[in-house]
Design a protein around this ligand. Sequence first.
Ligand code: MRU
Length: 347
Amino acid sequence: MNPFHSIQWIDGVVRMLDQRKLPAETVYNDYTTPDQVAEAIRSMVIRGAPAIGAAAAYGLVLVPWHARTDDVEAVRAELGRADEVLRASRPTAVNLFWALDRMKQRWTDPSLDTVTRLRDALLAEAHAIAREDVEINMAIARHAFPLIPDKATVIHHCNTGSLATVDYGTALGIIRYAHEQGKELFVLVDETRPRLQGARLTAWELIQYGVPFQIIVDSASGHFMRTMGVDLCVVGADRVAANGDTANKIGTYNLALAAHAHGVPFYVAAPTTTIDMATPNGEAIPIEERPAQEVTHVLGECIIAPAGAAAANPAFDVTPARYITAIITEKGVVYPPFEENLARLFR
Ligand code: MRU
């Protein structure tokens, strides 16, 4: 599909495109231990909820793959340790925990009674997670298609494309698909302070897909809704609670408020793997706090604040369900009341 891959499994190596270096450099890093993969997730070599889930799944496969023992119980014990390390890498995206739970169902299966069987089963499961992610994204794009006008200006926040998933993307996949099908889209790309996933990553992807766009600063969305006219906003999600409250990249809530004030439809694109029915509402979603230096320095390099200035850096915010027009999943478009309609989706 793309000339680039966020993540690949190559014979005992997890290869990931280093998203910290894009767009200046296209560098792939190779990882051979789950601890390295956990660090790559924490430091955002790979990011985006579905991509993090796939990375964790492949990270676990490294344990039986490189095991130097035939003792299957010793390998299972090491898998338990790796599972904990990976779980601690980032707290908000529920896909991480979903993928680790799914892998755990496999590695705790007592019928996998040799290291080889354990290894083959875990690799098959990780490949299935990766393959399904791409299929899910295509289905999301198809379900969203009727919601997109033939000619539309769209605001997108953060990066939700092929880089944030195994391939194709969720919210950005919707934009890409509509463009491929001939709709005339113009994208206002929120730059997405402080890590600039919009300016660096979404712009990089949109150039490759030939979708016209302009980067705007995050605080400009209200201005463009008032002056230029915006037809819709579409964003991704890191965790959707059972009542529809949605955690996504910091700034999403402000965008939703501006959209609400201007009567602009606000869509969340999320695979069902991002919907956490065990979390009742947004209050219960853990919000990752990242280092202050991400705010006081541009990309960790150039200081833009007085030395020693304090900074708060929540990586995500929660948009209350009442500001969300619909949640677009691979199983269909879910409208309010979300509590009822999300529950129906999982029945
Ligand atoms: O901190 P990041 O870059 O991992 O945050 C990513 C987002 O907030 C995305 O919108 C979300 O994970 C959905 S990606 C399909």
